[in-house]
Design a protein around this ligand. Sequence first.
Ligand SMILES: [Zn+2]
Length: 355
Amino acid sequence: MSNWRSCIVLTLCYLTTICYAQRECGYIPYLKLLSKDNPQVYEEIRDTETKLKKYVFKRQENAIPRKVRVIPVVVHIIWKDKRDNISDRQVHSQIQVLNEDYRKKRGTKGYTRHPLATDTMIEFRLAKVDAHWRKTTGITRTRTKVSVFQLEQMKFSELGGKDAWDTTRFLNIWVCRVRGGLLGYAQFPNGSRSLGQEKTNTTDGVVIGTRFFGRGGSAKKPFDLGRTATHEVGHWLGLRHIWGDGGCDKDDGVSDTPLAGRPNRGHPRQRPHSCGSEDMFENYMDYCDDNVQNVFTYEQAQRMNATLTLYRLGLCEWDAFGSGVDNGEVSGDDFFSDDANKNKDDDGGDFFDDH
Ligand SMILES: [Zn+2]
């Protein structure tokens, strides 16, 4: 094992105590652990925040493209207990949920009449060819001796997991048992640059616990409707928790989600209030149960599309489906050339300054 791999795995092993019965994603613990050896991680995230805001500010309504963009997905099933070797059907159900939620599809649980709910114009499809143009189902299966994985361990074959497929071409989703009771976690856009290009390219993607993946099958209530992946892919596309991971003085960088002082959990019977306003507890980036969540706002959709364009361009630029048809219009732009510094006042906020 190379030094940086042993380093990251050992470092991440410190994460051990997170409550299990309620939704808890690894976004913040993951950042904190990365920052132990790489304090500049927070600086990079602030930089990313600034770039995303500038992009959306410049593009406004054009930040969401009119043409749907399709992200090629590979799902890595890693199992020791054969009950964790989940069916293709369950994998397909998860892809279906992602598309229902990200497209706000009528007639599905992803549809809502909430006035701010928005179709993101982003879709997901299992890859039909791999990076070497070989036919694939978009699903890999790995039998392991590891009962429960430490963070990041599942992303390496030599540690009992499964190496990523080219992360510049596929959204890699690892499905396995994860230590610490986390439902899942995601690598944020550009956030691991300080760990080196090799690190970024081998770990980028989303991890989901086997019992929280897809609809039905091994998924257990109240997290059995596939919304953990909807939430984690939201992080992967640049979204933050709706309460800004702090009190009322922290924001999520999105102005059409009201400030919230804390996460909401379970199934609130009345609309919670904090920070002088109603919380948008049904937002996918809050912590409520799967059957409560159904909103991405317009500005969240803008931000995810900005992330896709600025940081994950390659995913939509090649044909992972063997169809000979491109899978989405991605307009590379020169925004960060001459006019990159015109909006100096938009400074990206004070995110993560409380660590
Ligand atoms: Zn989260």
